[in-house]
Each structure stands twice: as C-alpha cells, then as structure tokens.
Ligand binder design. Structure first.
Ligand SMILES: [Zn+2]
Length: 344
C-alpha cells in the first residue's frame, strides 16, 4: 500500500465560508487533497474568491490543485468557453470537411497567449495552491458519438491554417488529410509543446509547483487508439509538463481486468520516468452494481502501487444532471475506500 494522497474535484465554488464546510466534509471522507475545477468564467469573474477558497482549503490541511477545467474545450469538462464565445476564429478545423469545430486550436497565437495569461495569473495570485491539474487535454474529435475505449471515427483535427503552416514548415510538404505517421507525430509534439511552455511559465513563478498531467485512460495499443494527441504515454510521461502521470476514470461497465491493465500501465509509465502516479475513480454519473465495489477498486489501485487516488467528484455529483444514481451513498463508499488505503 502506497497511497499518500486522496481527493475529489470541487466546482461551483464561490464563497470561502461555504467552501470551508464542504472541505471539512471532504476531510471527514478521508480526503487530504482537493482539485478546484475552474472554468474560464470562474477564473474571469470569481477570481478574488478563488484565491480565498484555495487559502481556506490549505488552512484546513488539504493539498490544493488548480484544474483549468474545459478551457478552450481543449481540456475536458462541461463548462462553456469564454474564448470560443469571444473569438470567431482560432478554432480547430475538421480535416475531412474543413469546417471549424467548437474547440480552440492551441497552436494559434491567440489561444496560446490567452492560456498563458490564465496560468500565470493563477500561479502568481493563488499562492495557496500546490500545483496544477491538466484535465484530459485533447484534440477535438469531430464525431457525433462518444466512446471510452476506442472506435473513434476517421475524421480528425486540427487542420486549421495555423496547423497546416506549422506542419509544412516542419515536414516540407502540405499537411495531408489522412492521419499519416507524420501527422500523428506532429499532433503529439504540439499537444505537449503548449503544456510544456505553460509549465515553464508556472515554474518561473512557483518553482515547487507540482504538475499533474491526466490523460484519457484508453487502450492506446497497437490496434486501437483514439488519437486525442496524448495517446503516446511514453511521450507524455517523459515530458516536463508531467510531474505526476495520471489516467482518467473508467466506466463501471468495463471488466475489472481493464481497470487492472490501465492501472498497471499508469504505474509503469510513472516509474519508468521517475514521476508520481495517479488513478481516477468515477464518483458521478454511474455506479457499480454494488456501491461498495468502489472500496474494492481503491484497494486494487493501492495494491498496484498507485500513489494518488482522485475521484470525480464531491458528493457523487449530487444535484447535477451527472449525479450518480445514489450519489451520497457513493460519496460515503468512496470515503470508506479512502480510509482503508490512505497512509498517514
Ligand atoms: Zn490548428
């Protein structure tokens, strides 16, 4: 057993005195860390209270991480994007149809500047934070159906004018419409470039900050990959944009052997590159047939050497459209699972 960190994500935060009660409830549920999921609107509108909410969590003894949640719709998450709201251009573009998508292209100068301003502002003023959480960054998938384990459509992004120009300057020919080996490599490289520059900028302000890079927990094997741009885990694991290698939640409908193999691969990558390891648990939307299975999954992850366990989200998402069917029971079961694995 090696779990030293247990936590949940927390959003909709506005008032530190109210957040304080929620943080105390997290501590009662054996959390010692919290991820503040910050939308672009939160960061823009509620900034003074984000600083205070982070300080409140810190004063109670929680580790605090800042999640640039859904920013540009490049990161995962439900919140809308102010950048997309305020910009008609700088969007990712479908390779097959040339149509703009509802996701910012992170290779454009406009979005890069916008994003760096956000992380520098957070690093400079939210001094109670221990680190940042890169939440499921990905290229937009221009398809109408979702999948957790694979089966993505053939279309891909981004083939906007900026990406095409960059590709041509690096490879010496026009960016193909097919997802060739060179296009895949180009996408992997640039997906990390922006995170690496953001990391450098943050660490110039807060040298000891910890960067958790959380990628989709997909097969990423020889036969099946979703091509989100962060599928080459070796590349992500060795990057300076990753102090802790983290992989996302899994549906409870997937076999437990899948939970094991994803976790083994997560721990292996972390060890290979001398990084921390983190696994996520689903504590919203879905639940296992027996809610206590989440406790067993905590113990499974702990037995495999995972150092940090996080769950999405506080109170099982109670009160949102994505609540687990028995959200508060799931929240209590998660607390029992954390209690059984957390090393103090
Ligand atoms: Zn682009």
């Amino acid at each position: 057993m090696s779990v030293t960190e247990t936590g949940v994500s927390y959003y909709g935060l506005s008032y530190p005195e109210h957040a304080k009660r929620d943080f105390q409830e997290m501590i009662e549920h054996h959390c010692n860390a919290v991820i503040l999921a910050l939308s672009e609107f939160d960061i823009d509108f509620w900034f003074p209270n984000i600083v205070r909410v982070a300080e409140t969590a810190k004063e109670l003894g929680l580790r605090v991480y800042l999640d640039t949640w859904g920013v540009g719709k490049w990161f995962g998450g439900e919140p809308p994007s102010l950048f997309l709201n305020n910009n008609v251009a700088n969007r990712q573009v479908s390779a097959f149809t040339d149509e703009p998508l509802s996701a910012a292209c992170f290779n454009t100068e406009a979005f890069r500047r916008y994003y760096f301003e956000i992380v520098e502002k957070l690093a400079k003023y939210v001094t109670a934070a221990d680190g940042f959480f890169w939440d499921e960054p990905h290229y937009a998938l221009p398809k109408s159906y979702a999948s957790i384990t694979g089966g993505a459509g053939d279309d891909w992004s981004c083939r906007c004018p900026v990406c095409r120009k960059l590709f041509e300057s690096e490879y010496g020919y026009e960016m193909p419409k097919q997802l060739t080996m060179e296009v895949k490599r180009f996408r992997h490289d640039h997906a990390l470039h922006i995170l690496e520059e953001a990391t450098q900028r943050i660490k110039q302000i807060q040298p000891n900050t910890k960067i958790i890079c959380c990628v989709h927990a997909t097969l990423g094997t020889y036969y099946v990959t979703e091509n989100r741009g962060y599928d080459n885990w070796d590349k992500v694991g060795r990057s300076i944009a990753c102090d802790v290698f983290s992989t996302t939640i899994l549906s409870y409908q997937l076999p437990r052997s899948f939970f094991k193999s994803i976790t083994q691969r997560t721990v292996d990558i972390a060890k290979k590159y001398g990084k921390g390891s983190q696994r996520w648990l689903m504590n919203y939307y879905q639940q296992p047939d027996n809610v206590s299975e989440i406790e067993e999954i905590c113990r499974l992850y702990a037995s495999m050497g995972v150092e940090s366990l996080f769950a999405w989200t506080y109170r099982g998402g109670d009160g949102t459209v994505l609540a687990a069917p028995n959200a508060l029971e799931m929240w209590d079961a998660l607390g029992r699972g954390y209690e059984s694995v957390l090393q103090r």
